[in-house]
Design a protein around this ligand. Sequence first.
Ligand SMILES: *[C@@H]1O[C@H](CO)[C@@H](O)[C@H](O)[C@H]1NC(C)=O
Ligand SMILES: *[C@@H]1O[C@H](CO)[C@@H](O)[C@H](O)[C@H]1NC(C)=O
Ligand SMILES: *[C@@H]1O[C@H](CO)[C@@H](O)[C@H](O)[C@H]1NC(C)=O
Ligand SMILES: *[C@@H]1O[C@H](CO)[C@@H](O)[C@H](O)[C@H]1NC(C)=O
Ligand SMILES: *[C@@H]1O[C@H](CO)[C@@H](O)[C@H](O)[C@H]1NC(C)=O
Ligand SMILES: *[C@@H]1O[C@H](CO)[C@@H](O)[C@H](O)[C@H]1NC(C)=O
Ligand SMILES: *[C@@H]1O[C@H](CO)[C@@H](O)[C@H](O)[C@H]1NC(C)=O
Ligand SMILES: *[C@@H]1O[C@H](CO)[C@@H](O)[C@H](O)[C@H]1NC(C)=O
Ligand SMILES: *[C@@H]1O[C@H](CO)[C@@H](O)[C@H](O)[C@H]1NC(C)=O
Ligand SMILES: *[C@@H]1O[C@H](CO)[C@@H](O)[C@H](O)[C@H]1NC(C)=O
Ligand SMILES: *[C@@H]1O[C@H](CO)[C@@H](O)[C@H](O)[C@H]1NC(C)=O
Ligand SMILES: *[C@@H]1O[C@H](CO)[C@@H](O)[C@H](O)[C@H]1NC(C)=O
Length: 842
Amino acid sequence: MQMGKSATLILLHAVSFYIMVGTGEAQLKTVLINCGTNSTVDVDGRTWVGDLAAGSNLTLSPAPAADTTAVLSGNTSLGPIYGSGRVFAGGLNYTFRGVQGDYFLRLHFCPFALDYYNANNSLFDVTANGLGLLSQYSVLRDITTKNMELQRSGSNISSYLIKEFYLSIGSNELVIEFIPLKGSFGFINGLELVASEDTLFAGVISKVGGNSVNLNVSGRGMETMYRLNVGGSRINPSQDPDLWRTWEVDTGYMTNVDAGSETMNNSNITYASSNDSSVAPLLVYETARTMSNNQVLEKRFNMTWKLAVDPGFDYLVRLHFCELLYGQPNQRNFRIYVNNRTAADDFDIYARAGGKNRAYHQDYLDAVTLRVNTLWIQLGPDTATGASGTDALLNGLEIYKLSRNGKLAYVGAFNPAKNTSNNSKARILLVGIGAGVGSVLILALVVTIVFLLWKRRSSEISSKNDAPRWRPLFLHGAFLNTTNNAKEAAGTKNQFGSVALMRMGKRFTVAEIRAATKNFDEKMVIGVGGFGKVYRGEIEDGTLAAIKRAHPQSQQGLAEFETEIEMLSKLRHRHLVSMIGFCEEQNEMILVYEYMANGTLRSHLFGSDLPPLSWRRRLEVCIGAARGLHYLHTGADRGIIHRDVKTTNILLDENFVAKMSDFGLSKTGPALEHTHVSTAVKGSFGYLDPEYFRRQQLTQKSDVYSFGVVLFEVVCARAVINPSLPKDQINLAEWAIRWQRQRSLETIIDPRLRGQYSPESMKKFGEIAEKCLADEGKSRPTMGEVLWHLEYVLQLHEAWSRANAEESSSLDVESLSQAGAGAGVEERRNPLFMDPDPAAIS
Ligand SMILES: *[C@@H]1O[C@H](CO)[C@@H](O)[C@H](O)[C@H]1NC(C)=O
Ligand SMILES: *[C@@H]1O[C@H](CO)[C@@H](O)[C@H](O)[C@H]1NC(C)=O
Ligand SMILES: *[C@@H]1O[C@H](CO)[C@@H](O)[C@H](O)[C@H]1NC(C)=O
Ligand SMILES: *[C@@H]1O[C@H](CO)[C@@H](O)[C@H](O)[C@H]1NC(C)=O
Ligand SMILES: *[C@@H]1O[C@H](CO)[C@@H](O)[C@H](O)[C@H]1NC(C)=O
Ligand SMILES: *[C@@H]1O[C@H](CO)[C@@H](O)[C@H](O)[C@H]1NC(C)=O
Ligand SMILES: *[C@@H]1O[C@H](CO)[C@@H](O)[C@H](O)[C@H]1NC(C)=O
Ligand SMILES: *[C@@H]1O[C@H](CO)[C@@H](O)[C@H](O)[C@H]1NC(C)=O
Ligand SMILES: *[C@@H]1O[C@H](CO)[C@@H](O)[C@H](O)[C@H]1NC(C)=O
Ligand SMILES: *[C@@H]1O[C@H](CO)[C@@H](O)[C@H](O)[C@H]1NC(C)=O
Ligand SMILES: *[C@@H]1O[C@H](CO)[C@@H](O)[C@H](O)[C@H]1NC(C)=O
Ligand SMILES: *[C@@H]1O[C@H](CO)[C@@H](O)[C@H](O)[C@H]1NC(C)=O
């Protein structure tokens, strides 16, 4: 007994001692992680270890098996590590042990799409041991900006992006924490840690227009903004084998490329200081730019590089020099300006480096204020000196952003109003997100297909993908032959029957469709989506119709069309858009719907010149949509989940009767039993049920959540995601629920509603919306309950309106509320409520 205990104690001591020594000694020089896989790949002689196989030096939290992460497979043609990635809807930590000292951290991102999943739509934050690296980060936005710069430089554009940071790790442990924005998700393809010499960045540095300061560069954390091989070609990581940096071409950043001519000489260059060998590879010093037009003695211009930077940070400007031509001092003396201020004058490379062909660098620090978003680096003549020639030379340029208070992340670029001159960045993001809100983008967290598995099956899958053609067999099978043939053609979809066939309506010819749409005249286009275009058209008897023509190349369109036909053929309801017919001919896939004269609900809420809807009308529209959804959930035999409830999918007819549309993502109940289907998260950004996202289990309560967002959108009349707003307001659901919980929803409602609604009805309305947004699906009401409550809200409002009307004597209710709305949109009472659809009542 006694012996056993002491033996255990000794063992414990031994173990902890070993660990301390082990981790203390074994500082890892390089860590390369290939995310989302357990396969190890070699690239340029370096081994990238799968994050599932990295062993004790790396911990993932939560463990990758948890349902908050999914592994996706991408396209390896861009590079072996981009063949896989990790996607996460909740927070994810990568914890590295055995790392201590100064490191370059590189995050590799390669957006890929698989099924409906599109990494382009992700938004997330990243921190490293608490230092904010990225915030509300959109890879799409960054890649787009980067590619514009690459194109200006005449370089090939890139489908992936590497974000590089310089960190000083004191604790022997590095926690990289990824935090997706609520309702969004994050992804990562590769992580790279490369230890640097601690002499890489000196402690003392000259400040532009001031004295030297001790900057403690590594203590602050830096982000690499630019690394340019001036006057030369791109230097790939494998050509910089100490630190594996990438050096880009500089031409895209020059205000006038003609001002500097390229020059090179690769003979016998050495480092000016023996401890400089990792500052830059000698390749950087072999090429340079000098001032053009050598014949002119007096050069009165500058070579200028203009670089977009984030305002409100300090920047380390590192200039690389090597005198390639002159064999003595005082031949080439010039001035260096940073943001129009002189950083150095009488700069003589030969004198500073101690000779010709000596690689030398000079650092400057510049503080950039909140009003400035560019860094100008200029080299020009110093006429005050007695140099024999006025010329300048530059071999390389690096710009690093330094944190001022523990944060490198910058989110101001989200506000396009702030930085009109700079930001392409902001605009691109707006497009990305706007489109998501609008209709096109569908985001999804899909599929736990592991890389190897994917690879094994890729031939099978790609043969499908390679032929994104219509499968006429599917339709013929469905309509003409309801036996095995149809099942086979439609895969697991076997819901087609002769009833479906009858309900499909008229079969149009392409000629008829062309006549109806004036040969697909662009002027007839009333909507565009991921599937293709929607046209307004007049079919034979003069009936207006909405004609949805799938883009024949769109695989997504095909799948969604099939679902939509499947759904619509089973459904008939006053509050669901109905199908008049279809056309399936000459490789065309066209659906013809009833025409909804008043367009989308969204167009009546904001972003258009349409008159605002009165409170009553908004309630009636919500009730109509709720009826449609309630019917979907309960009316059809198995129950259907719409999955894409949003204001652009609620259409209004000429009498403002609301109808649900777009069943392309809908799922029938039984499909839920198939886990491979239930793992796919689809829907629209901003409306997506967070629980569905976390658990990847679809229930009708996900529609209820989205409907709750619709309710807030209806009352606040703003976009569900608006990146131009302050951070806490971007997401409508989050923002509105905060106000609602404080019982102050009225503070943020559409100002155009003021004075024309019953406060009691507004209070109830807010409560319903709040319930719909409950965190857990089981706490949310059913659509039937929502419908019932909304009808009650309308009653409250009507009672209030009647009371008001009596008070103001002879005025009738309608004209009063019309005056209140000030827009004349209130008309006769909607017949909807006198004529409830029997199918809608359970
Ligand atoms: C983990 O770190 C040790 C040194 O601390 C190293 O020898 C080992 O190769 C590392 N393991 C992996 C999988 O990188
Ligand atoms: C990891 O590799 C093992 C074999 O080494 C394999 O059995 C397992 O399925 C792989 N896991 C994943 C998630 O790829
Ligand atoms: C992979 O990417 C390459 C280049 O971007 C492209 O040509 C190829 O079609 C892609 N392959 C697949 C299967 O997506
Ligand atoms: C990640 O690490 C941070 C700090 O170390 C911790 O607060 C957070 O809960 C962790 N997140 C996860 C998902 O483990
Ligand atoms: C992401 O967006 C870019 C630019 O719009 C596009 O070229 C690219 O194909 C998209 N990638 C995916 C995976 O959708
Ligand atoms: C651009 O891409 C093409 C084709 O991949 C390649 O041949 C060429 O060398 C690339 N150019 C540069 C500057 O990298
Ligand atoms: C640099 O900063 C780190 C972290 O803030 C601090 O621990 C260290 O003492 C600083 N070094 C100097 C020389 O100021
Ligand atoms: C390159 O430098 C070497 C040594 O300094 C010199 O001999 C040679 O002429 C230079 N070549 C060019 C093209 O300037
Ligand atoms: C190369 O440079 C070294 C030191 O600067 C010098 O000793 C040597 O002679 C040079 N070699 C040539 C071929 O120029
Ligand atoms: C590194 O270079 C700096 C300045 O050039 C010098 O002061 C220092 O002594 C050098 N250190 C070593 C180890 O050579
Ligand atoms: C520097 O001067 C240029 C004009 O020469 C001007 O456009 C630019 O805004 C100035 N930059 C700063 C940071 O003041
Ligand atoms: C070069 O740029 C600086 C700073 O913008 C400016 O003050 C100077 O006049 C310019 N020199 C010439 C010759 O244009």
